[in-house]
Design a protein around this ligand. Structure first.
Ligand SMILES: C[S@@+](CC[C@H](N)C(=O)[O-])C[C@H]1O[C@@H](n2cnc3c(N)ncnc32)[C@H](O)[C@@H]1O
Length: 207
């Protein structure tokens, strides 16, 4: 089961191990290109990690803000993406005013939030988006809660709570999003299974 403080501490300890294993291109990035075609000017990367490759690409395309729970991940992001603004925080309690962003993306980060708080995080994404804003979230296809005591051979344990596709669609709808596109993508660390994960795009009504 996910304990948020433990996840934050784990990423503090293994930020460099994750960064070394993280793919820099691939399907997740081409999904981002499609998502960005509507031309958002202000974009939040919720759970930005060390900033490569997602926050870096957002910084090229827009005014980008990265938020993460882990101070060590944010230190990496500050080095890698000096143009982006960074904030420490929890995506279930976003430290931004209503209607701040045109887009929010969450690449492999919502999956570390306790299941009971996934809906809260998605509601927070809706709150900080302006009318007509769009969200892009990564989720697993099926619900799964589990841990790895030695993730990426780092000696550090990690935990996940994956809500699954149906639950995430329902949470997006409940937060006011209209479901738009979905893309199957391989893992950010291992591309052996082509559509192991799903990215869901939600759109808010409005100008
Ligand atoms: C698997 S990494 C993904 C990082 C980056 N988005 C990427 O695509 O590589 C998950 C990130 O989510 C962050 N995270 C986990 N729970 C969080 C929470 N409740 N609020 C904000 N960030 C969180 C972690 O600290 C970590 O940096």
């Amino acid at each position: 089961m996910v304990e948020k403080r433990a996840v934050r501490q784990a990423y503090d300890e293994m930020a460099r191990a994750y960064d070394a294993a993280r793919t820099r291109d691939g399907r997740g990035l081409s999904v981002l290109e499609s998502f960005l075609e509507f031309g958002p000017e202000r974009v939040l990367d919720a759970g930005c990690g060390g900033g490569q490759p997602v926050l870096d690409r957002l910084d090229d395309a827009a005014t980008a803000v990265g938020l993460d729970a882990s101070g060590e991940q944010l230190r990496l992001a500050a080095d890698r993406v000096p143009g982006a603004a960074l904030a420490a925080g929890d995506m279930t309690r976003l430290p931004f005013a209503d209607d701040t962003f045109d887009a929010v993306v969450a690449y492999w980060s919502l999956i570390h939030v306790p299941l009971a708080e996934h809906g809260t995080a998605i509601e927070a994404f809706a709150r900080v988006l302006r009318p007509g804003g769009r969200v892009l979230v990564c989720e697993g296809r099926e619900e799964w809660v589990g841990e790895n005591p030695d993730w990426l051979d780092s000696g550090v344990g990690m935990a996940w709570e994956i809500a699954g596709l149906e639950a995430t669609r329902a949470q997006l709808r409940a937060a006011g999003f209209t479901l738009a596109r979905e893309w199957g993508v391989p893992d950010s660390l291992d591309d052996s299974e082509a559509d192991a994960w799903v990215f869901l795009e939600g759109r808010l009504d409005g100008a």
